[in-house]
Design a protein around this ligand. Structure first.
Ligand code: DX5
Ligand code: ZN
Length: 219
């Protein structure tokens, strides 16, 4: 699949409704929502109050990426305020299974994510338990960082494992995605690309989303 999920973290919050209107008019598939708590990551973004305008002004599914400790305390509330998918970090929890169950019980799609320093093999036992895995291609916490090239091999590894087991689990890539690397990412087996600064920092965000989405995928 070739899913493009612009990250609202890079939007202009003084003109949020306009930026969300741009997303609505674009070929973006999802709106990626980065929630940071200042503890799991050294940055604080936003939380529940902004889910309301995201939901109200954006007609694309909300792909929520929790960069927080104790996601078990908050996942249900994110489901209740309109998340279409809820993801949290494997390295932030002892056992992801009960948290995945909380999300599933709300009828919301599940995603497990890992930072670049976490062994990608740790995702393997959960590939048949989640709708999607998110491989961070920068360290979670800030938009506008440089893509870590080692991500490519991790995508190939996870893609092969998903294919070998005949699963439908999606692979999402987040961090430093741009016009230069989107093609290679889809080629390696990524299904969904998050793009923050590449979209919102572009002169023509709608054209950029179109460009990213039209990169070839061998599958
Ligand atoms: C980083 C966030 C990303 C970020 C991506 O912690 O998870 O979603 O917004 O931004 P860019 O595309 O600028 O790297
Ligand atoms: Zn993210």
């Amino acid at each position: 699949m070739r899913i493009i999920a612009p990250s609202v973290l890079s939007a202009d919050f003084g003109h949020l409704a306009e930026d969300l209107d741009m997303i609505n008019r674009s070929e973006a598939d999802w709106l990626h929502v980065d929630v940071m708590d200042g503890t799991f990551v050294p940055n604080i973004s936003f939380g529940f109050p902004l889910m309301k305008p995201f939901k109200q002004y954006c007609n694309k599914p909300l792909d929520v990426h929790l960069m927080i400790v104790h996601p078990e305390r908050y996942v249900e509330r994110f489901c209740d305020v309109g998340a279409w998918s809820v993801g949290f970090h494997l390295e932030a929890v002892d056992d992801p299974m009960p948290i995945l169950e909380l999300i599933k019980a709300k009828g919301v799609r599940t995603c497990l994510t890992i930072n670049p320093d976490i062994d990608v093999k740790r995702l393997v036992p959960y590939l048949d338990k989640v709708d999607m895995v998110l491989l961070m291609s920068v360290f979670a916490g800030f938009g506008g960082q440089k893509f870590i090239p080692e991500t490519m091999d991790k995508i190939r590894f996870i893609k092969a494992e998903i294919a070998r087991r005949g699963l439908n689990t999606l692979i999402e890539i987040d961090g430093g995605v741009n016009r230069e690397n989107a093609h290679a990412l889809f080629d390696a087996g990524a299904d969904a690309l998050v793009a923050g600064s590449a979209v919102f920092g572009a002169k023509d965000p709608i054209e950029t989303i179109h460009f990213l989405k039209s990169q070839n995928n061998i599958l």
